[in-house]
Design a protein around this ligand. Sequence first.
Ligand SMILES: Cc1cc2nc3c(=O)[nH]c(=O)nc-3n(C[C@H](O)[C@H](O)[C@H](O)COP(=O)(O)OP(=O)(O)OC[C@H]3O[C@@H](n4cnc5c(N)ncnc54)[C@H](O)[C@@H]3O)c2cc1C
Length: 495
Amino acid sequence: MTPIRQVVIAGGGAAGWMAAAVLSRAFGGRLSVRLVESEDIGTVGVGEATIPQIRLLTGMLGLDEDEFLRRTHGTLKLGIEFAGWGSPASRYLHAFGTVGRPLGLLPFHHYWLRARQAQPALDLWRYSLNARAAALGRAGRQEQVPRGLAQGLVHAFHFDASLVAGVLSEYAQQRGVTRVEGQIREVCLSESGDLASLELADGRSIAGDFFLDCTGFRALLIGQALGVGYEDWTQWLPCDRAIAVPCSSPASPLPYTRAMARPAGWQWRIPLQHRLGNGHVFCSQFMGEDEATALLLANLDGEPLAAPRVLGFTTGRRREFWKRNCLALGLASGFMEPLESTSIHLVQSGLSRWLALFPGAGAGLPEAAEYNRQTAIEFERIRDFLILHYHANGRTEPFWQAMASLAIPESLRDRLALFRASGRLFREGEELFTEMGWLQVMVGQGVIPAAWHPLADQLDAGQLAEFMTNVETLVERAAADLPSHESYLRERCAA
Ligand SMILES: Cc1cc2nc3c(=O)[nH]c(=O)nc-3n(C[C@H](O)[C@H](O)[C@H](O)COP(=O)(O)OP(=O)(O)OC[C@H]3O[C@@H](n4cnc5c(N)ncnc54)[C@H](O)[C@@H]3O)c2cc1C
């Protein structure tokens, strides 16, 4: 492979414009970047909730966070509340950031497990700053870690996806990216089998050295032109439809996403400054589209602002993400339901991995193989995390019973067995979700370890009680110091 001088991005959804913005920032004018998009085809137009890593992107691009939220009608997100998953009445927050504070060699939850022997109702989330702030409706940017805590408030964003694409598009074009409006009619290969050019419906030809396939579910380059297959994960995650509808927002925005279990899937609720984003993800084997739409419309907190839109999907991933001179990003690379808001992050981490492996002279095959290896692991660990939410459910509807009895991947089975036995959790390599994420979902859905690490017995009962009270007090004080989410948005980033 020769050094890359001309990159062509096919597709101008969130994936395409994120790629364009990042390339324009990383290379300045030293790389020619053209992006082809079609207004007639449009974008998927959903994708409103993120995870804290999104701030690495805004930071890398040098965007002012308040200004970004103002322009995208965004709000702060401290976690995701799961309602009705562990049992119909249960509720827990998968809060970002840490829970408690490590002591000695041990993570906090071993002390919590020991303390709850005497107090079975002792709530894990009393020790999470993010969870306490969310419960109080408080949120803000915390530049310094409050004294005595291991971490301060950790936040992500909710935003209007179409406005984000606009911000990134403007950013990239100001830094030299060329936008080409047009429909790709054909993808041409060279004699060697590499991608050579995109042929547009109006006769123009866009040639390049390297192509980013950001054409969404169509996967025009990686799937259709290069014939890379798709690994179907429906056997583990059988939901295959989503219905999306925005509605008016009757109250001030909550600083977290809601994911509410429904008889054959779940409903999301994403608070923006000016409206709520809602959607119902469901399994078509267990519920028809009409019933799913009616259920969604009956459970909105405001008036619908548009007609509901149905989106079909197959959960899974491309067998290769990088093939020859083509890299697939976004929906073209695979799809997992937005239960933990991971898709936009996967675009971001794909880009950063590609930049780390960016081909220079002589580079090519080993870099692609390494990219594919790392990305496959990242996708698979997220897949396991999503399966956990369905597997550990305490509901009685046929869909949920079927989900609880589905065979799970060995990697998840082993992780669950270790945690159930003695509360031990380990993050593998560059896996996205931390031990804290796994801990909260397991405990929140009723997976409680039978024992704790023996080192937690080093403290006597008085020391243990003092430590627990101490941490709780520190969390409570830090939460009380935060502004209300509403006033933070009003004063710093009102749209
Ligand atoms: C129901 C649902 C909910 C989601 N919620 C979240 C969420 O909360 N958080 C999250 O992180 N992610 C979420 N996602 C995923 C997120 O929406 C996507 O990862 C993100 O928007 C990136 O999409 P994309 O750019 O890959 O594809 P798209 O937005 O579909 O863009 C594809 C682009 O390719 C162009 N194109 C296609 N064919 C042609 C052609 N022939 N010629 C020219 N141009 C063409 C289109 O015009 C468009 O510009 C959700 C996805 C779905 C389906």
